[in-house]
Every structure is written in structure tokens, then in C-alpha cells.
Design a protein around this ligand. Sequence first.
Ligand code: ADP
Ligand code: ADP
Length: 239
Amino acid sequence: EPLLSIQQLTKQYNKQHTALAGISLDVSRGEFVAVIGPSGAGKSTLLRSINRLAEPTSGSIAFEGVRVEQARKKELRQVRANIGMIFQHYNLVYRLSVLENVLHGRLGHMSSFAGMFSRYSEADKEEAIRLLRKVGLENEIYKRADELSGGQKQRVGICRALAQKPSLILADEPIASLDPRSSKIVMDALRANCEEQGITCLVNLHQVDVAKRYATRIVGIKAGKVVFDGPPSELHEGY
Ligand code: ADP
Ligand code: ADP
């Protein structure tokens, strides 16, 4: 059974904007899928539908056997706990330390601020530090998040997602604000850690060359429809 199964998903924001026009997509465990397509194609809406940051208009989404589009509060919390999110603008808490930002991820996506003042176990702390060292942030652990460069911030974003021990990571344009050198460091870290921990990944990218280099599978989207789905080697010009 696939980890994620999306059937005939549509999203209509309003009369003018049909963001998704019937997307079907099965994702197996261990895949590293790049979703590519021009700006406005629906990539972000697709990713955000998977943990219901966007409400689908019709269709179904099954994640680990849970029907996400019908899920009640408790089920949805469970789904979100198992899905790590990485954002284009990092979404760090800038007045907190790098370490606190990663530990915050352990409390689950978008958890309350009150949760941040709860105590962390030594094991949680050690694991967070281990992750930060792995992505080359050993000298940034106790800095405030706003002291970091863009590429460093996104590596914190990756560690925060990994610390959650998710089965799926959704990364929405993780390198769109970064220069090529930082992009490579961030994509290397994302790919290597997902592979090592057996985490499935869906990553939105608008750079086709980056998608080809890192993904095991590419899904091309245009105007809310899948126009290509296959291995990078089969992606042709203008797909
Ligand atoms: P992409 O990530 O590929 O750039 P999006 O999913 O952000 O595409 O957007 C797909 C379409 O949905 C676009 O036409 C966009 O303008 C529209 N859209 C996105 N978010 C909203 C929103 N909150 N309200 C209305 N329309 C939206
Ligand atoms: P880059 O180095 O890639 O340009 P930035 O440092 O400009 O990245 O940060 C990108 C995003 O993070 C922006 O959306 C910006 O508003 C937000 N951001 C950066 N620093 C802070 C801060 N101190 N407080 C709140 N938001 C911040």
C-alpha cells in the first residue's frame, strides 16, 4: 500500500482560481519526489492539501491509511505529527536559539507557543544537536536564529523537520530564496538525511535541473494537472 495516495484532487479557491483540476498521485515509501512546474501551477496548493493547510474542494487523500480530507481533529493531529514541513521562508522563531527551533519541531507542527516552555529531555537535546552537527551547524547551535544566513536558516528548517521523526517531509520551494551554493548544501542535506532515515519526501522546485539531479521521480504540474510523471531520465524539454 502506498504511503500517500491522492485521487482526483481538486481545489477551487474561487470562481477565477482553479488551483488543482484533478490530481491523482501515489507515493511509495522511500521515494524522493520533485514536483515541478511554472509559478501558479498548483504545486504549493498540492503540498498544503496533504496535511490540510489547504482544504481540498473534492477528491481524496490517504496518508498512512488515514483519509486526510475527512479527518477529525485527533486524526489530523496524528497526520500532522508524522509529516515534517519545510518552507521557502524557513518559518523559524527568530528570537529563539537554533537549538530551541529544532526542539520546537519535536512538539509537532504549529504547536502552541506555550509548548515551547515545556521541558525537553536530555535525549531530545542530544538528538537535536546531533542533527545540527550533521548539517554543519555545530558552531551555530546556541546562536539566535536571526543571526544566520538564509542557507543556514534552511538547514535549521531541515533539522526541525527531521527531529519530528516524520514518515513524510513536504518541502515547499526550500531553495527558492537561496543562492546556488547554499541551494546545493541544503538539497544535499535534505536528500542524504531522508535517505538515511527512510523518510519519503515531496519537494516543490521550480528549477528543473535541481529536480533532475536530486529526485528519484519527477511530477510535472501545469494548470493544476499532472503533465509528466516518471524518472528524471525520461523528462524531456518542455515536458
Ligand atoms: P505554485 O505553488 O505552483 O506557484 P499555487 O498553488 O501557489 O501554485 O497557486 C495555484 C493557483 O491558485 C494560482 O492561480 C494562485 O493564484 C491560486 N491561489 C493560490 N493560493 C490562493 C488563495 N489563497 N486564494 C486564491 N487563489 C489562490
Ligand atoms: P536570505 O538570507 O535567504 O535572504 P533572510 O534572512 O532575508 O533570508 O530571511 C528570509 C525570510 O525570513 C524573510 O521572509 C524574512 O522576513 C524572514 N526573517 C528574517 N529574519 C527575521 C527576523 N529577525 N524576524 C522575523 N523574520 C525574519
